[in-house]
Ligand binder design. Structure first.
Ligand code: GLA
Length: 698
């Protein structure tokens, strides 16, 4: 058995995730047979067949049932469950149950429980309660992974390994302190360098011994931002090392089934997803809508585009909510039509699945009110009938799972830079504006392109972006020298770069680059920002191109750039707000103001028009019709998701997989409806002219 990975040591190099090409779209969800009696197991499998479920996820929280006492295993019940599934021709992901260690584990290893920043050590009673760096936890995790790998790794119905569940518990205790120091030693080499990078001359924080360094536990006043961001990076790396150990423990048993771990589409974010994606065979996410219409639709697209980009191609939607949309203090019903339209929305953008949490709604436990594919009321319900209809629909879409021989799954000319560093930097306290959230800013940019019907990818800083005509960098506060050169080369090579406020202000240790903002990007952008001028809450101002701005403005000069728009308020009146510099064969635009969403939409749509970047289907987005072209083997598929409230007619040399109707003479798509056209090679689609419609609610 693997002895584990030394903290701070580099992880094994691996290539990109492998293409994941199931013969059909995966449909189903988390199934927890340990919560039910045997009669219900049989009923469940029968209902799964009725609904055409072909995949479930087993074992996510089953540790206490699989290993009831330390070192004693009970796998017979899971064998029985798997036999039932295999007899019914239903595949499964098998999870390692390490997100929820059983009570015996706490009792035997109390020191392996996580410690909060305030010093309180947590105990079992919920889930996700473990100290990721505790040797006892890591050992127990490797052991159960190996036992499962050994016993189930060769089973025919195993579609893949689902390692852990939504990694994301931070620990501030002594195990983390030790591992953090080792990680820092690997990063900085010596204490002098760490002291300089962490600016420890400030507030007498200078470290004279590595042992003096701790995780950022609660302290009297503000933390050191460099310590905070390094702790986030360390925690991500440490959790990744734990995942890789499990992967290796399973591989050592000879099981070759693909390996994934389910990311949470970040509303909170403890992972640096690019490096995590490289250590998996298949990238998967859990995505829960946090809003109703119309923004729910853009949220689906945002989550799907991010995951396709992390994966570099196809991916798996591991969980979504069947029937509910959680709005914080209440859960509102997600309509059957939306369940279907959203499922197909993820698939349009590269998912090979529509999987849900969960198969059958629990009767007890903390999530007894979380919806399932089988509700508390049972199978004689509108909801279950809608689930069966979804299963039937997804079967008809099986041809879309075949991947193109080369090139991207969804061709995009626009990329948006994404990095967890931007997120973590904006979560450090005492910034000029503590209310600006990285995810909201990135999502706002993505929303503009979605509204214009223009496909987008996300890009890892430093990756090859030469194929994109437009690259947007929203609020990426720290940038390394290499990342600055990456942007310079992109522009020199002919790219159009858009950088927003709060980007490029600091080095990776969050030390400000002096001489005017945005630090190392001044030369490229041709601007020099003297001062940040956040706007009071609720105040809106204007630019002289008609844009409305809110939250953020800056005092800047633009010695090396053309001024595209100027401020119109106070002493900023007449000063540059949006600029564009010409560098090499390309241009670099600086957005110093935070545009209101409608102004941002207009600005980016105009820019795309000038650059000749076209929507997938001209005029579709304006009518509430989302059009996505998913490339395939042999044929492309044009997904048409109608979020609007008036029917539209589409013409194309292609046939709808859902109805078998040709679109050559015009295919009518009803409000709320969906069509998926298998297109003839090089076929284009167009809209028959008709009245414009606003996106629908509900
Ligand atoms: C997450 C988890 C599931 C479940 C759902 C429900 O995504 O992975 O176990 O808790 O949320 O909210």
């Amino acid at each position: 058995m693997s002895g584990g990975i030394v903290p701070g040591a580099p992880l094994p190099e691996r290539g990109a995730p492998v293409p994941f090409t199931p013969e059909q779209l995966l449909f189903g969800g988390d199934w927890s047979p340990e919560q039910w009696d045997r009669a219900t197991w049989r009923e469940d499998v029968e209902l799964m067949r009725r609904a055409r479920v072909n995949t479930v996820t087993l074992g996510v929280f089953s540790w206490a049932c699989l290993e009831p006492r330390e070192g004693e295993y009970d796998l017979a019940w899971l064998d029985e469950v798997i036999d039932l599934l295999e007899e019914a021709g239903i595949g499964y992901f098998l999870a390692t149950p390490t997100a929820s260690p059983p009570p015996w584990f706490t009792r035997a290893h109390p020191e392996a429980m996580p410690v909060r920043p305030d010093g309180v050590r947590l105990t079992h009673g919920s889930r996700d309660t473990y100290a990721i760096s505790a040797p006892a936890y890591r050992e127990a995790s490797r052991r159960i992974a190996a036992v499962l790998g050994e016993h189930f790794g060769g089973r025919a119905g195993l579609r893949g390994w689902h390692l852990h569940n939504e990694y994301g518990t931070l620990d501030h205790g002594p195990h983390a302190a030790r591992a953090f120091r080792t990680w820092l030693q690997a990063r900085y080499g010596d204490l002098e360098t760490l002291n300089a990078q962490w600016s420890t001359a400030f507030w007498s924080q200078r470290y004279g011994d590595w042992e003096e360094i701790t995780p950022p536990q609660d302290t009297q006043y503000l933390h050191n931002p460099a310590q905070l961001i390094d702790f986030r990076r360390f925690s991500s790396d440490e959790m990744l090392a734990a995942m890789v150990e499990q992967r290796e423990a399973i591989r050592a048993t000879g099981s070759r089934a693909p390996i994934t771990t389910n990311f949470m589409l970040p509303t909170w974010n403890h992972l640096e997803q690019w490096s995590w994606a490289q250590q998996q065979d298949v990238v998967s996410i859990d995505h829960y809508l946090d809003t109703t219409a119309p923004d729910a639709e853009t949220h689906v697209a945002y989550g799907a585009d991010l995951t396709r980009s992390w994966a570099g191609g196809s991916w798996v939607l591991m969980e979504q909510n069947a029937r509910g949309i959680s709005l914080g203090d209440r859960t509102v019903v997600k309509s059957a039509q939306r369940m279907l339209r959203n499922s197909i929305g993820y698939i349009a953008r590269g998912s090979q699945s529509s999987l849900f949490f969960q198969w059958r709604a629990s009767l007890g436990g903390s999530e007894q009110w979380h919806s399932g594919l089988v509700p508390h009321a049972g199978d004689d319900t509108e909801h279950f009938r809608a689930v069966c209809a979804l299963g039937e629909t997804l079967e008809r879409l099986a041809p879309v799972t075949a991947l193109p021989a080369d090139g991207p799954l969804v061709a995009a000319e626009v990329a948006i830079a994404w990095h967890a560093d931007g997120w973590w930097a904006l979560e450090t306290p005492h910034l000029p504006h503590d209310g600006i959230r990285y995810a909201e800013e990135v999502r706002a940019i993505h929303r503009s392109f979605w509204r214009a019907g223009i496909p987008t990818d996300f890009a890892r800083p430093g990756s090859d972006v030469s194929g994109y005509r437009l690259l947007v960098v929203p609020c990426l506060y720290p940038l390394s020298e290499e990342e600055v050169s990456w942007l310079e080369e992109y522009v020199a090579g002919g790219g159009e770069l858009v950088v927003t406020f709060l980007s490029g202000l600091s080095d990776p240790s969050l030390r400000i680059v002096p001489g005017g903002y945005p630090g190392a990007l001044r030369e490229l952008l041709g601007v020099r920002v003297e001062e940040m001028r956040p706007l009071p809450a609720g105040v809106q101002e204007g630019l002289d191109d008609g844009s409305v701005i809110e939250e953020w403005a800056e005092l800047l000069e633009a010695p090396g750039a053309e001024v595209l728009a100027a401020y119109t308020h106070g002493d900023l009146r007449g000063r540059p707000a949006i600029t564009r510099s010409a560098r090499g064969a390309g241009h670099a635009v600086y957005l110093s103001a935070r545009l209101r969403q409608d102004s941002r939409d207009r600005f980016l749509a105009d820019l795309c028009t000038r650059l000749g970047i076209a929507a997938t289907v001209a005029g579709a987005a304006e009518r509430g019709l989302e059009a996505v072209r998913r490339r395939g083997a042999g044929a492309d598929h044009l997904f048409l998701l109608h979020h609007g409230d008036k029917e539209v007619t589409v013409r194309a040399e292609g046939t709808d997989l859902l109805t078998g109707v040709s679109a050559a003479e015009g295919l009518v798509i009803a409000a709320g409806g969906v069509a998926v056209l298998a297109l003839a090679p090089d076929a284009e689609a167009s809209l028959a002219t008709g009245p414009a419609a606003m996106p629908a609610g509900g």
